[in-house]
Design a protein around this ligand. Structure first.
Ligand SMILES: NC(=O)c1ccc[n+]([C@@H]2O[C@H](COP(=O)([O-])OP(=O)(O)OC[C@H]3O[C@@H](n4cnc5c(N)ncnc54)[C@H](OP(=O)(O)O)[C@@H]3O)[C@@H](O)[C@H]2O)c1
Length: 300
């Protein structure tokens, strides 16, 4: 089958394409916004890097033509000059849905986030909730997968772990007492591929988290132990971090905002984990952490 992936150069996209490159029954139109991004993609005969723009759904439809399913990954947590939640999370999703309808796609898979809600007071969660609403109203079968922080080589979460532990001094927001439920990015890719293959009819929203919820400070300690690295853990008051973020943001127009800090420091609670419904065996956390350490050693 032929599928399209938006934001194919994202950390999730790179991982998903690596899985697809090893398959014989899936070909992928890997949608990116620049030649540079196209050059960063895994290379395989069944992967076609394709330049796309979200400004014009008609042109996007040309790129997506012939695909049965689109996996929509483009999206941001941190706004920057020229990239807002509205453009990256909401408008891009509307364009993808419009293009998918135009070419008569069977299914949309959308990777969202725990806590997405169109009526949230948090602008990031609100934009993801708005995107979910757009996908749900498409009139095409769709599967929304809400995830917590993703761990795996190349993910922002893994980069933060490596940076924090390697420094030897971890100054964690609120002492890192918030509970995270990291999901292995390989598990997410396998879930996406299962969904693409089974092509369920209707509209579904799943929450998929990893197997081991734990406070971030415990996660740092466990990772440091596995790396054989000493780390001292200190605390930055959340109110102070938010104050600093607010000032920096006003000065630079981008970067981590107080709202992003709220997202990062929220407990990643899941009422019912969807791993069984989605046919996924979750990777044990130790294995996920070991993959991050191994990839760092070989410089992936
Ligand atoms: N990483 C996590 O822990 C996590 C957790 C929950 C949900 N998610 C969701 O999973 C998806 C992939 O996440 P990721 O961390 O792998 O992403 P990522 O590595 O940060 O990549 C972001 C992607 O979004 C694209 N993008 C940025 N601004 C855009 C805009 N204005 N219009 C269209 N595309 C734009 C980027 O393209 P350019 O390179 O061209 O800018 C890139 O392909 C996202 O939707 C994210 O919200 C991720």
């Amino acid at each position: 089958m032929k599928i399209a992936i938006t934001g194919a150069n994202s950390a999730v996209g790179q991982n998903l394409l690596t899985h697809i490159g090893a398959l014989g029954d899936v070909t992928a139109v890997a949608g990116v916004r620049s030649e540079k991004a196209a050059g960063s993609l895994p290379s395989a005969p069944n992967i076609a890097p394709t330049l796309i723009s979200y400004d014009n759904p008609n042109k996007l439809a040309v790129a997506l033509a012939g695909c049965q399913c689109v996996v929509h990954l483009a999206g941001i947590l941190i706004e920057a000059k020229g990239t807002s939640y509205q453009s990256a999370n909401v408008d891009a999703t509307q364009s993808v849905v419009d293009a998918a309808k135009q070419v008569g796609m069977d299914h949309i898979v959308f990777v969202s986030v725990l806590g997405a809600d169109p009526s949230s007071h948090n602008s990031y969660l609100r934009s993801k909730g708005e995107a979910e609403r757009i996908v749900g109203a498409a009139g095409i079968s769709s599967t929304i997968i809400r995830t917590p922080i993703l761990f795996g080589p190349g993910t922002a979460g893994a980069d933060a772990l490596l940076r924090t532990v390697s420094s030897g001094k971890a100054r964690l927001l609120g002492g890192g007492r918030y509970v995270m439920r990291p999901l292995d990015v390989d598990d997410l890719s396998n879930t996406i591929l299962n969904t693409v293959r089974t092509n369920p009819s209707g509209h579904f929203t799943h929450e998929l988290g990893g197997p081991s919820p734990m406070p971030y400070r415990d996660l740092i300690e466990r990772f440091a132990q596995m790396m054989g690295q000493d780390v001292t853990i200190g605390s930055i008051p959340i109110w102070l971090a938010k104050l600093g973020a607010g000032v920096t943001r006003r000065l630079t127009g981008g970067g981590i905002s107080p709202e992003v800090i709220d997202v990062i420091t929220a407990n990643e609670d899941i009422a019912k984990n969807a791993n069984v419904d989605l046919g996924i065996t979750l990777t044990p956390l130790e294995q996920t952490l070991q993959k991050i350490i191994d990839s760092e050693k070989v410089g992936i």
